[in-house]
Design a protein around this ligand. Sequence first.
Ligand SMILES: *Cc1c(COP(=O)(O)O)cnc(C)c1O
Length: 384
Amino acid sequence: MSPGGGTASRVAFGSLAETDRGRRDEIEAAIGRVLDSGRFILGDEVARFEESFAAFVGAPHAVGCANGTDAIALALRAAGARPGDAAILPANACVPVIAAVRQAGVVPRLADVDGATLTLDPSGVERARTPETRFVVAVHLYGGVADLDGLADVARAADMTMIEDCAQSHGAEWRGRKTGTFGAAAAFSFYPTKNLGACGDGGAVVTADPEIAARLRQLRQYGWTRRDFAASEGWNSRLDELQAAILAAKLPRLEEENARRRAIADRYDAALEGLPVRRLSIRPGSLPARHLYPIRAPRGRRDALREHLARRGVETGIHYPVPLHLQPAYAFLGHRAGDFPVSEEACASVLSLPIHARLSDDDVELVVDAVRGFDFGVVEGAGA
Ligand SMILES: *Cc1c(COP(=O)(O)O)cnc(C)c1O
C-alpha cells in the first residue's frame, strides 16, 4: 500500500511518488495535454488508451471504466448476467471481488483455492456449483495465473461463462497469451498500486466479443446508445481523460517493470530456498506478473516474522487477512470457519514481501537478510 505508515521504513512496501525524472516529464506532458484540450470525459485520450491497452493484452476491445470493482461488475452484466444468476469466486481474494459480484446483482458462490497457487481450485468450483450458477470469476491473484485450463473445462461442462479478474495480472501470460484473453470478458484495475496504476482510480474491461464491448460502452454511461437516449439501464462508470492520458504514458514501461518484478521474485525464490517458509508455486507454462510476493510463515509465526521485519526496516503486507466467507458483511451467505480450509490457512500465514519495479538490488538483499535473520525456531511440518 502507500509508503510510510508512521515508521521510518528502510524498505517501503510500495513506491508511488512519481519521482523518476523521465517518467515524471511524460506524466506531466500527458496532464498538460488534457488541460489544454479542455475535454475531461470520454474523449481522444480514453479512446487512444483503450486502443493501446487492447493491443497490449492482445484482445480486440478494451473499454475504460471507473475502477476495477466496476470492471468486474460491468464484465458480468455485459456477458449476460441477470439478477438471480450466481457466480463462483475464490474465498481467498480481496473484498472488491465479492463486492463487484453483488453490485452486478449476482449471487456469490464461494469456492476454495488450491494450496500451491492459492487460486481457484476447479474441483472446488464443481462442488460450489448450483443450477443457477452461470459464471466463474477466475482471479489471477498475486499476479499468478489461475488454472485456466481446469476452470475452462469445468465451465464448459456446466455451461458456465468464465470472467477473468486481471486486477493483479497485467501482462501475465498463460502459454504465451496474456491473461485477459481467456474469459468472455476480463476486468482490469488501474488503482495506483497495481502493476499498471493511474494517479487515481481507473479500470477497464477487455473482450474479444464485439457485442459485449458494445454493451459495456452503454452500461458505463447510463445505458446511452446516443446522448440522452437510454436503450438499457446503465451506470456511470467512466475512465476520465486525465487518468487515460497518464495510463497511456505509463503503459510502454509495463513490460520492463514486470521483468524487474520477476527478477526480484527470482532472487527471493533462490534466497529463501531451505528456509521454513513456503513460497507460491508458479504454474508451469505461465509467466507471472508478480504483483505481490507472498510467503507463508510457519504455523503461528506470521505476526512475529512481520514484527521482526518491521524492526529491521522492512515493510510488509498481508494479502489477505480474512477470507471472504468470514467477512462480517457476507455473513448472510451462511458460511462458518472450516468451510474453506485452504483459504483460511492462507489468510493466517501469508506475508507479502516488498516487490515493485523501483526496488533496488540493495533493498532486495536487505529484505533477504532480514528474513534470514528471523529465529524460526524448531518448526514442525514446514517446508518449501
Ligand atoms: C484491486 C483489485 C480489485 C478492485 O480494483 P479497484 O480498482 O480497487 O476497484 C479487484 N480484484 C482484485 C484481485 C484486485 O486486486
